[in-house]
Write a protein that binds this ligand. Structure first.
Ligand code: FE2
Length: 411
């Protein structure tokens, strides 16, 4: 199969891509079609590596309004709504919703998803469902599963045992939620436990770290120090880190040295944290999104996630990471030409580093032929016009296609 006339990752020159046996066989200018070869000419569209959702909770997705709506929009009413919904949580229910969500993502060009799954459930119902789906859906999406202790490790009955059970069942990453633990001591010990568990079972780490507007929430320094000391380094990710928005600058200046030494990754969730943070402020209201620009400028890897899709904590979302980037650039004030052009990295190459996808990710000869085509010349144009994902191709197979909408202006 020969795909013609693509701008690969914002390149200025057009290239053609030949796919054979599920791999990128040849990439070059004006490739000649072989006898009998299928040809598809995109006439100057943007090709990117597949999009990556680096932070979502698939076990809660698509439940907004069931059985009640979160009218205040606060985190706490969200927890109350979820408690009512959780009563009817079954494996079949999780499977049905995740199947729908994965298809929404597929239409938006997403082929990799890191999902956090609540393990503060003595039955580990959602974890069982997600592990089944990781296998069943492996040809259409790569699911990475985080054992996520929503109600704490040290502050929840048998929290440590449930975490270890989930990891033994097959979770890919160890989570934690230090800012939710009862005490500062529990917070530190939950992080020590999570890092030790990851070392014991050779897993990645992804912590819900300081997702609170409390400037005294300092889980991040503990996590980074452990990542540095154990050598886990870039196998560790700090998600949310919204308290960093409120840290004083003198502390951040000192912290940055440790963050760089530690080589940990960051995931920011600009849609959900703009919606949920700053809720106890009057005016001025903090935005509560972590310091994406400063981290990026310091050479630290940052990706963006949706976090919640149409659930008690976030009432919108269609699986489009375009919306995540759009909000992220606004709230982080990263609207320079270069910032906008490069922002696709937050949901592609940077996220690939966080998920540890390795060298097989990317549009290069010899790699699996996984890529997307957007109805735009470059990512600035794609983001601005909310361009359709004309093709999402995984290992040479077309997973989803969208015809661009066309308006008829009658004057
Ligand atoms: Fe989250």
């Amino acid at each position: 199969m020969l795909y013609r006339n693509l701008y690969i990752e914002n390149a200025a020159e057009l290239r053609d891509i030949r796919v054979e046996n599920g791999k990128f066989a040849e990439i070059g200018a004006n490739l000649a079609a072989k006898p009998g070869e299928d040809v598809r000419d995109f006439g100057g569209c943007l090709a990117l590596p597949p999009l990556i959702e680096s932070h979502v909770h698939l076990d809660t997705c698509l439940t907004a309004g069931d059985p009640v709506w979160n009218e205040s929009g606060t985190l706490f009413e969200g927890i109350e709504c979820w408690a009512k919904r959780k009563e009817k949580l079954t494996k079949a229910d999780v499977r049905e919703r995740v199947n729908r969500a994965v298809r929404l993502y597929a239409a938006s060009g997403v082929q990799y998803i890191r999902t956090h799954v609540d393990v503060t459930d003595p039955k580990l119902t959602a974890m069982e469902a997600l592990l089944e789906l990781r296998d069943e859906l492996k040809d259409v999406v790569t699911l990475q599963i985080v054992a996520f202790p929503q109600e704490g490790i040290e502050s929840y009955p048998n929290g440590r045992r449930l975490m270890e059970d989930a990891v033994r069942m097959g979770a890919d990453c160890v989570g934690a939620i230090p800012h939710f633990e009862f005490t500062r001591e529990y917070s530190v010990s939950s992080l020590n436990f999570a890092v030790s568990l990851a070392e014991k079972y050779d897993k990645l780490v992804d912590v819900h770290c300081d997702e609170i507007d409390d400037e005294a929430s300092r889980g991040l320094e503990t996590l980074a120090a452990r990542a540095y000391e154990t050598g886990l380094a870039d196998r560790v990710t700090a998600s949310h880190t919204t308290a960093m928005h409120s840290y004083n600058n003198a502390y951040v200046q000192r912290l940055m040295r440790l963050l760089k030494l530690s080589r940990i990754n960051f995931v920011s969730n600009p849609l959900v944290n703009t919606h949920l943070q700053g809720r106890v402020d009057t005016y001025p209201k903090r935005r509560g999104v972590t310091r994406v620009r400063e981290l990026t400028e310091a050479g630290i890897n940052v990706s963006f996630g949706h976090d919640d899709i149409f659930d008690p904590w976030y009432p919108m979302g269609t699986g489009s990471l375009r919306d995540v980037v759009f909000m992220g650039l606004h709230v982080c004030q990263m609207m320079g030409y270069g910032d906008i052009m490069n922002s696709c990295k937050f949901i592609s190459t940077n996220a690939a580093k966080t998920l540890h996808l390795g060298d097989s990710y990317g549009i290069r000869e010899g790699n699996p032929a996984s890529f997307i085509v957007l109805d735009a010349k470059n990512y600035y144009d794609a983001l601005n016009r909310s361009a359709a994902v004309r093709l999402s191709c995984k290992n040479g197979r077309a997973l989803a296609e969208t015809e661009p909408a066309a308006a008829r202006v009658r004057f």
